[in-house]
Design a protein around this ligand. Sequence first.
Ligand code: HEC
Length: 135
Amino acid sequence: MKKFGSPSYLIVVAMIFTAATFLSCEKKKAPVEVKKEHKEPSDWEPTTAELIMGKEVYVAECALCHNHGEEQSPRLGKIMDWEERLKQSPETMIKKSIEGFIGEEGEMPARGGSPYLTDEQMAAAVKFMIATPKH
Ligand code: HEC
């Protein structure tokens, strides 16, 4: 019990206190931790390059119908036109757009009526349409 009153005990306490203060300072100095979302990339998720290509294709070949819903096509960025369709997988929508289909609304011509478009360009355009924010 004598130890409690001894100066060496006080020194130890002082050291712990100093260390704690030092550590807490260190903590404050540490750079802000950037939280990254760990999302598994799925096959369909477009890269920036794909979105750029997709937008180019869309503007050139798809916008004439899809900007304003010509022939009852789903309009770009309109949630009410897309929410039912988005229940399908992106892969399905890409395949249908390449092959063309007659749906409940009308006819989506094969490759939007532009047969020169490659599968890659079609996939990029559909991904661009899916990725465009919808209101
Ligand atoms: C001549 C008009 C027209 C053009 C041009 C056109 N589309 Fe379409 N598209 C339609 C119509 C109409 C539908 C809706 C068909 C339905 O569901 O009844 C549609 C539907 C779609 C859908 C939804 C598919 C689904 O499964 O619901 C996608 C994706 C699409 N088009 C992509 C494209 C792309 C990409 C291009 C350009 C390369 C393009 N379209 C050009 C008329 C067009």
